[in-house]
Every structure is written in C-alpha cells, then in structure tokens.
Design a protein around this ligand. Structure first.
Ligand code: RRO
Length: 292
C-alpha cells in the first residue's frame, strides 16, 4: 500500500478518499474513516450560516442507488473545532456559499486547519447555493480564485447536471484550481405510489450509488480530454475494479460515498485488491490509459 500519493496538492495515504457527506460531520467520524483505511477524508459541506437542513424523509434507498435531500445541514464556523484533533492528517474541508465573497469568508476559517478545500459548487437541491453557482462558468472561476487566497490547495467539485461539464472544469482551472472532483449527485425524484406523494420531504433530491457510476465515468472522461489539472473521480465507486475504470477514464484518485455508508470496510477491501502485488496494476500507470 502506497504511503504517499500526492493529488491536487494533498499528500494522501492511498488513492481512495472519503467523499463529502454524511460521514464527515464530526472529528470522531473523520478520524474513524482514516483509521478504516481512507486515503484522505472530506468533511460534510460547511457554509456561511448554521443550517438545519430539510425536513424528512431526507434519504431514500433505491435499487442500486441512494437519493438524498439533506438540505446542507451544518453548524457553520463552529465545525472548525471538530478538526482540532486532526492536525496534519489528510483532511479536506468541503465548503459552500452563495457568492464568491461567501466562499472566501468560509475558506478563511479553514486556513491552517486542513490540507485543502473542496468547493461544493454542485448541490442539486439548494436554493441560492450549489448548482446555481456551479452551472455558471464566471461564478466558478471567481469562487475558485477567492478560495485560493487562503494559500490552501483548492479542489472544485462539479455537478453532472449541466450540458457541458468541460466548460465548468475549464473555468475552475482558470480560477487556479488544483484539482477537479467529478461529480456530485444527479438530479432525481421518486414518488410513492402508495402515498401518492414524493418520497423525499423536500420533493426532489440527488442520486448517488452504483446507478450513477457510468455518468461519473463519462464526466471524468470528458474533463480529462480538455483539462490539465488532476481529476478526482466520484460517483458510485464501490469496488477496486471501479477504481481502476475511473483511473483509465482519467482520474488520479477517487472519492467514495454511498458504498462507505453500506460498509466502512470498503476502504480496506479496495486497497487489498488495488495494490495487490500479483498482477495488480500500478494506479499511476493507468491514469487516462483508455484514451487513444
Ligand atoms: O446536503 C445535501 O443535501 C447535499 C449536498 Br450539500 C450535496 O452537495 N449533494 C447532495 O447530494 N446533498
């Protein structure tokens, strides 16, 4: 198992990172994920004001997928205290805001506390936040530039819910991003035929899990064709073979979310297969190899 993989300015323990979301809400859970073999960990997204999130149900488990509308619940600045015991560890703070100024403000709280920032420009169901910002190339460029003022490496997490993801990736690159994370959840909705109402309290939500893996692979592929900075693949990764496929599409590392919720042992399982001495492929040699 590699001791040092450097991606997007961050020294990781291996190529598989905990994706932003439910398991990144406390210092204790972040530490547990690192203990469980995560190469690095991304926090739940933190924004400029405390937020309670949507009323439930916030999550629906579907066939081969998970649909959520958490509603960006977070304690805002207070969260930084959770990071006191994690100094020097590969922790990446996910942040969101409605304007470049808000991104800059929240970014400053994390300087000196984490190894990098991940800008969440991609929540699929957040009024005024996320996708509205992440679908606008000028906003993406400005938010990235604001976050760069901290001196921290900046990763930019993109939404798949746009016509041309490369246009957004190139905007992040112009803003000085150190890596692109592709992708956040896919816009989705289910209706309970029994209750004749939407399954989620918020009505609509975002889809993750194996069902969106092909969507994520295509986004990574397209970004790799046009961007120079490293790409971190995210979306439905649940096996070592999925990691290899993401890398062949162009990912330098991957993030894992839904599969971790099912089983924390996933990081160890994937590492055991990914870094096998016998015939296991060296990850660095396969990045982008499927492109002619
Ligand atoms: O909290 C959420 O509802 C949420 C966020 Br911030 C996000 O970026 N992606 C998602 O699927 N849910």
């Amino acid at each position: 198992i590699p001791g040092d993989v450097t991606v997007g300015g961050v020294r990781l323990q291996n190529h598989c990172i905990l994706a932003a979301g439910v398991l990144g809400t406390t210092g204790a859970s972040l530490a547990r994920m690192l203990q469980s073999g995560a190469g690095g960990v991304v926090t739940k997204s933190i924004g400029p004001e405390p937020k309670e999130g949507h009323h439930g149900p916030c999550v629906a488990v579907l066939d081969g997928a998970v649909m959520n509308a958490m509603g960006l619940p977070n304690p805002s600045k207070e969260f930084t205290g959770e990071l006191d015991g994690l100094r020097g560890k590969p922790v990446i703070a996910s942040i969101f805001g409605g304007t470049p100024e808000e991104f800059g403000e929240v970014a400053d709280w994390f300087a000196g506390r984490v190894q990098a920032l991940e800008l969440n420009l991609s929540c699929p169901h957040a009024e005024g936040y996320g996708a509205a910002v992440g679908a606008d190339p000028d906003m993406v460029e400005q938010c990235t530039r604001m976050a760069k003022h901290t001196g921290l490496p900046v990763w930019v997490k993109l939404t798949p819910n746009v016509t041309d993801i490369t246009e957004i990736g190139l905007a992040a690159e112009r803003g000085g991003a150190d890596a692109i994370v592709a992708v956040n959840t896919v816009k989705a909705m289910r209706i309970s035929t029994h209750f004749r109402r939407p399954m989620l309290g918020n009505g609509m939500g975002g889809l993750s899990g194996p069902a969106i893996f092909p969507v994520a692979v295509r986004c990574v592929w397209e970004l790799y064709e046009s961007c120079e900075i490293p790409i971190i693949g995210c979306g439905g990764v649940s096996s070592a073979d999925n990691v290899v496929e993401m890398m062949m599409a162009g990912a330098s590392a991957v993030e894992i979310g839904s599969a971790v919720v099912d089983d924390v042992a996933i990081f160890r399982q994937i590492s055991e297969n990914l870094y096998r001495q016998d015939g296991g492929e060296c990850p660095e040699n396969i990045v982008g190899c499927a492109h002619a």
